[in-house]
Each structure stands twice: as structure tokens, then as C-alpha cells.
Design a protein around this ligand. Structure first.
Ligand SMILES: Cc1cc2nc3c(=O)[nH]c(=O)nc-3n(C[C@H](O)[C@H](O)[C@H](O)COP(=O)(O)OP(=O)(O)OC[C@H]3O[C@@H](n4cnc5c(N)ncnc54)[C@H](O)[C@@H]3O)c2cc1C
Length: 408
């Protein structure tokens, strides 16, 4: 490889790959630098190895408003390279068939992230330098003159930092990019782990590990006041709770926890009012007659939840259903409507799906992804201070910002 390039792209994750593919297509001589010995290490584990490529939202305003932070910054990137363009690229240019699942989540039909990685790799394989760690960016009067790596110095007309965030550091995204951007005078909004599971003080959650509950409501309380609610799917883990509605609000809960304790009240039956659920419990228990209570709630609850709920309600599991006292039925009712968990902490970098924070968007031109400080520098992907909920939104921002950085 000759040492003079038009564009050097640092990081071969989804954002860097798209930058490289579109810069090359634009006729530029590129060098894609990756410190790992393969591309897309994190991409390989997305969507539990199935890769949730994007979210099939065609309306631009709806798409932008779905982002959790700085969605408006992405407006131009999405109008230049939309969800439709993304699907067209994967379907027609890479020949990857896709399918849409619940919540408009788009996956490859093969359910295999490696299909995506291999097809993208084929487009840039001659332009990648592996095991190459960018250690310093050389800057003279707000103009990059080269990059220092463990494999020597490389120079180009333009440079793109696409080094990702700080989550799952073993995949290569360990926050290097923030230091590089900072050394060039960019402001970094403090990176914090986002889209993480939560640990609870209640040890009984471990008895439910692996249990997923759909269509439940979760109310978040602090100092006795309801702060917000979430509706959807929750998953119990060995140490607490996870699943879409939990990880999507984990960052907000992490911020609340800095001030005071946070409680989560889970309504297991949000479609039923208190009186309706009370009637339903009475009916089920009357019909169960002489059965023990532990064998009488199968119509109402998943089997692994029954012993936990009975214990929390302080009911003897062998008590006859039809003979349950009014107090016991009441405590059952309240636990089903307000299963309470005290959050002790939110997950860390090792289990964060994305980073909240990064290069300040005020210092990046949203039309081109060009730095407003360094004349020949661009950014793409998670390194920018923007992130979305689960559901394909985070990869979409990588494709669209990568595209812009590629053609700019
Ligand atoms: C478990 C998990 C599941 C996920 N699932 C989904 C999903 O299904 N859908 C979705 O939309 N999003 C998902 N995400 C989020 C998504 O993976 C990220 O938003 C995305 O990978 C960010 O892409 P990126 O290119 O900006 O950075 P990265 O993917 O982090 O890539 C950055 C690359 O830069 C390289 N690099 C870093 N520093 C240097 C350096 N100094 N020199 C050379 N190279 C360097 C790294 O090795 C890495 O390969 C998931 C994340 C995780 C952790």
C-alpha cells in the first residue's frame, strides 16, 4: 500500500465500513485502519448475533423523534441516506434479503450478522490495514498532517474518526476516539454507559432469571413521586431486570440514582383495573376449589412467577385456594399491580449497548459530518454524541453518518 491516500478512515465498525464503501465508490483512494484483526467485531454481536440492521420507519420526522439524544442532528444524514436507502443497499447491492419483525426491527433473513460482515468486507478488503492502532493524530494549525500508529505514520487529504464509543471494550471500542478528538481541540460530552440492564436490591429476582414478560407497565418512582412510565417487554436476570423497556430508560434511571433512591413498580396486569383484577382473582380461586393456591394461578401468571408472588404476598403455598383470606387476596392483588423493585445500580461499560456522550454535535456540520474545528476531519457513528433506543436505530445512525462522511 502506498502511503498517500485521499481519505483515511479510523475504525472498521459499521460507520467506518460505510464511510469506506461510499468514499471508494466516489473514486477516492482510501485506507481503512482497524486495530483488531477483523472488521465489525461489535457488529457481529448485534441483535444477539442476528444484527438488527435498522428500524423500518419511513417517515423522517418520526424517525428523528425516536432518538433518545440529539435526533435532530441526524435529520440531514437521514434525508441523504434514509432507511429506504439502507434497505436498498443491503437488498440490492449486497444481495442480502431482509425481514421485518415486531417493532419494525429489520433483520437479515439468514439471522446471521456474519452475512453482513462478509458482504461488506468483500467491498473493502484491499483497502484495510488490520492490527493497526492509531495512537496520535498530528495537527498543524487545525489541519491534520498525519496519523501515528504502531505500524508507522500515514497521511491523507482527509481523515475520518469512526472509532465507536466505550461500550463492550473487548470489541475494540474502548474510547480511544474520544482522546484523539480531544487532542485536536474537540469537546467531549462525558461518555456514560447507555441501554444497560439494572441491578435490583431484591435477591428473589434470581429465581425468575430468564423469564420475559410482555405487555407490562413499569412506573419509575423517586421520593414517592412517579417520574415516568414505560410499557412493553421486560426480562428478569440473575441480578435484576433487563429487556427493551428497561434498557431503554436505564440512562435516565442512572442519572436519577445520582440524587436519591429509585423504585420500579411493575404492573403485571396493566389491562385490568384493580376491581376487575380483584374479580378475576376471586373467580379463579373459587373455581380452583380445593386445589392449593400454588396450583391455582396458572391462568393468571407464568408458572415460574407463581411461587415468587405467593411468597411475596406471605401466603402459605399449600393453603386451599377457595379458603384464602380477604387479606391474602388483597396482598395478591397489590403485588400483581405493584410488584416493587429497588434499583441499586445500572450496568457498566461491559454490558452497555451504546454510549451516551461523545463528540459535541455543536462542533460537527450535520450536512457533511465535517469537524468545525479541524478543516480535514470528519466523524461517523457512535463517537458522535447521539444515540437511539434499541430496535435498529443505532446502526441506522452509523449507516447514514458513515455515508455522509464517505461522500463528503
Ligand atoms: C451487544 C450489542 C448488541 C447491539 N445490537 C444492536 C442492534 O441489533 N441494532 C443496532 O442498531 N445497534 C446495536 N448495537 C449498537 C451498535 O453495535 C453500535 O451502535 C455500532 O456498532 C457503533 O458502530 P461504530 O462503527 O460507530 O463503532 P464500533 O462498532 O464500535 O466500531 C469501531 C471500530 O473502531 C476500532 N478502533 C477503535 N479505536 C481504534 C484505534 N485507536 N485505532 C484503530 N481502530 C480503532 C475498533 O476496534 C472498532 O472495530 C449493539 C451493541 C451491542 C454492544
Amino acid at each position: 500500500m502506498s502511503n498517500q491516500y485521499q481519505k483515511i478512515i479510523i475504525g472498521a465498525g459499521p460507520a467506518g465500513l460505510f464511510t469506506a464503501i461510499f468514499a471508494k465508490r466516489n473514486g477516492e483512494k482510501i485506507l481503512l485502519i482497524e486495530k483488531n484483526n477483523s472488521i465489525g467485531k461489535k457488529l457481529a454481536i448485534t441483535g444477539k448475533g442476528r444484527c438488527n440492521i435498522t428500524n423500518n420507519t419511513d417517515d423522517l420526522k418520526t424517525l428523528v423523534s425516536s432518538y433518545k439524544k440529539n435526533g435532530k442532528f441526524l435529520y440531514h444524514a437521514f434525508s441523504e441516506f434514509s432507511v429506504e436507502d439502507t434497505l436498498k443497499f443491503f437488498n440490492e447491492e449486497l444481495g442480502i434479503k431482509t425481514k421485518v419483525e415486531r417493532g419494525n426491527r429489520v433483520f437479515p433473513e439468514s439471522d446471521d450478522a456474519y452475512e453482513i460482515i462478509e458482504k461488506m468486507y468483500a467491498l473493502v478488503k484491499d483497502d484495510i490495514l488490520f492490527n493497526c492502532d492509531v495512537q496520535e493524530i498530528l495537527n498543524e494549525e487545525n489541519h491534520i498532517t498525519g496519523i501515528k500508529t504502531n505500524k508507522g505514520i500515514f497521511t491523507a487529504d482527509k481523515y475520518v474518526i469512526a472509532t465507536g464509543g466505550k461500550s463492550y471494550p473487548l470489541t475494540g471500542s474502548n474510547g480511544d476516539g474520544y482522546e484523539l478528538a480531544k487532542s485536536l481541540g474537540h469537546k467531549i460530552i462525558e461518555p456514560k454507559p447507555a441501554l444497560v440492564p439494572m441491578t435490583t436490591k431484591e435477591p428473589w429476582v434470581k429465581d425468575l432469571a430468564g423469564l420475559g414478560l410482555k405487555n407490562i407497565r413499569m412506573d419509575i418512582y423517586q421520593n414517592g413521586k412517579k417520574i415516568f412510565s414505560k410499557f412493553g417487554e421486560l426480562l428478569f436476570t440473575h441480578t435484576g431486570i433487563s429487556g427493551p423497556i428497561v434498557i431503554d430508560c436505564a440512562r435516565e434511571i442512572g442519572d436519577l440514582l445520582e440524587n436519591a433512591p429509585v423504585k420500579v413498580l411493575i404492573d403485571l396486569k396493566p389491562a385490568l383495573t384493580y376491581p376487575t383484577l380483584k374479580e378475576r382473582i376471586n373467580k379463579d380461586l373459587t373455581e380452583a376449589k380445593n386445589k392449593a393456591i400454588k396450583n391455582s394461578l396458572g391462568e393468571l401468571l407464568p408458572s415460574s412467577l407463581i411461587p415468587v408472588i405467593i411468597k411475596l404476598a406471605k401466603i402459605n403455598p399449600d393453603e386451599k385456594a377457595s379458603q384464602l383470606s380477604k387479606d391474602s387476596k388483597n396482598s395478591l392483588l397489590h403485588i400483581l399491580k405493584e410488584l416493587t423493585l429497588n434499583i441499586s445500580e445500572i450496568g457498566d461499560w461491559n454490558n452497555a449497548i451504546v454510549t451516551d456522550g461523545g463528540v459535541d454535535i455543536k462542533e460537527i456540520d450535520p450536512n457533511t459530518m465535517k469537524s468545525k474545528i479541524i478543516e480535514n476531519l470528519y466523524f461517523a457513528g457512535e463517537i458522535i454524541d447521539v444515540y437511539g433506543p434499541t430496535g435498529g436505530y443505532n446502526l441506522q445512525l452509523c449507516w447514514s453518518t458513515g455515508y455522509l462522511a464517505g461522500i463528503s
